[in-house]
Design a binder for this molecule. Structure first.
Ligand SMILES: C[S@@+](CC[C@H](N)C(=O)[O-])C[C@H]1O[C@@H](n2cnc3c(N)ncnc32)[C@H](O)[C@@H]1O
Length: 358
């Protein structure tokens, strides 16, 4: 969709869901770096590379305003004064950046002590310019890439993000993306049903996962959002399992998210007409697909610890709590033995065992 029409109408439900997920994630992420009087990193940078003007046609806040508003809420935290925080808001359109600047001032969203870097910059130039910050090991970074389409997260950009220390990112696979990935030569053959968004999103994630350099520890998870009758995806990346876990907990907190983020569970009560959409099938299939793969891997003795189980959860973009029914059932059936029901992300590095019974 051209940017003009995107901002000239109210954000739709899918867009609002995406923004809410971003907002909730930022709300969890910021205190990690601002709570302690002696903060873990002396510098903090938030990046919104496709910031837009900050509002839609009816005044609903866009990503840059939401990030600033979350940040502002934390100015009383003990570490606030001891962290040099910069918010970088970029957009290729000079007009939108002017509007954004005005909107930020009008809403009084300039938190004290925070440096705002609001500039009209094309993504490629902005990304080049910020390379030094991204690679600064003393800076914590949160990066949001809300592109139209998928073109900007090239393999080089993706690898730079993955290789950056203490850098968590979210990027949006929008509009035409499922079709782009469907036809992508690298993944085309793997998609059994190209009209099936669930498989297309998993294939997109696989594509990015393969770009992570061998030996590099980096966690990626997908999250799907319903927008109209289509499904769009967010991909989130973090070097820390806790970061990804926080994201998934937030993203599945459906009661706090407007829209259809939780379309694939707790929806036995499908509304009239919905069964005609491929989505209806997919909704039922997403957690079913996760459960069936988890069971298959457990029965095959391929998952030996709770961390192995959590890895499968991440790959499917589901919470570790979603593993519990399968773990409980297989234990009851005498297939496996284990001492927990829900894997604990705090034990990622010293996980509890799962034993396959003979
Ligand atoms: C989906 S909108 C962003 C919406 C915004 N994040 C929000 O929540 O309101 C995409 C934005 O990207 C900008 N844009 C398009 N191509 C760009 C490029 N190559 N570099 C930087 N910005 C670009 C457009 O001007 C538009 O404002």
């Amino acid at each position: 969709m051209p940017a003009e029409s995107f901002f000239d109408r109210p954000f739709d439900e899918g867009t609002l869901t995406k923004l809410r997920v971003l907002e909730l994630y930022a709300r969890e992420w910021l205190p990690v770096f601002l709570s302690a009087e002696k903060p873990p990193r002396p510098r903090l940078h938030l990046f919104d590379f496709f910031a837009g003007p900050g509002r839609d046609s009816v005044g609903q806040l866009g990503s840059p305003m939401r990030l600033l508003s979350q940040l502002k809420d934390y100015q009383k935290l003990a570490g606030w004064r001891n962290v040099a925080t910069t918010v970088h808001l970029f957009d290729g359109s000079a007009k939108r950046i002017r509007e954004l600047d005005e909107n930020v001032s009008q809403a009084r969203l300039r938190p004290p002590g925070v440096t705002l870097d609001v500039r009209a910059l094309d993504f490629d130039a902005a990304f080049r310019e910020t390379a030094a910050i991204l690679s600064d090991p003393q800076a914590a970074k949160l990066v949001f890439i809300d592109q139209f389409g998928v073109d900007h997260v090239t393999p080089d950009v993706f690898r730079a993000l993955v290789g950056a220390p203490t850098c968590d990112f979210l990027f949006f696979l929008s509009s035409s993306t499922p079709y782009r990935f469907r036809d992508h030569p690298a993944i085309k053959q793997k998609i059994a049903r190209p009209d099936d968004y669930y498989h297309v999103h998993r294939a997109a994630l696989d594509y990015y996962r393969k770009l992570v350099p061998a030996g590099e520890k980096y966690f990626l998870a997908p999250f799907s959002i319903k927008k109209g009758s289509n499904i769009y995806g967010l991909i989130v990346g973090s070097a820390h399992p806790l970061g990804i876990d926080k994201f998934l907990q937030v993203a599945w907190r459906s009661d706090e998210i407007s829209g259809e983020a939780d379309f694939d569970i707790h929806r036995e009560n499908i509304r009239a007409g919905e069964m005609q959409l491929p989505l209806a099938e997919m909704r039922l299939r997403k957690t079913a697909a996760f459960e069936s793969e988890l069971e298959h891997l457990l029965r095959g003795g391929r998952l030996n610890t709770e961390s192995d189980v959590m890895q499968v959860c991440l790959e499917h973009g589901v919470k570790r709590q979603h593993a519990a029914p399968v773990l409980i059932r297989l234990k009851r059936e005498g297939v496996i033995d284990l001492s927990f029901r829900v894997p604990d992300v705090g034990r990622w590095n010293s996980p509890r065992e799962i034993r396959l019974k003979g």
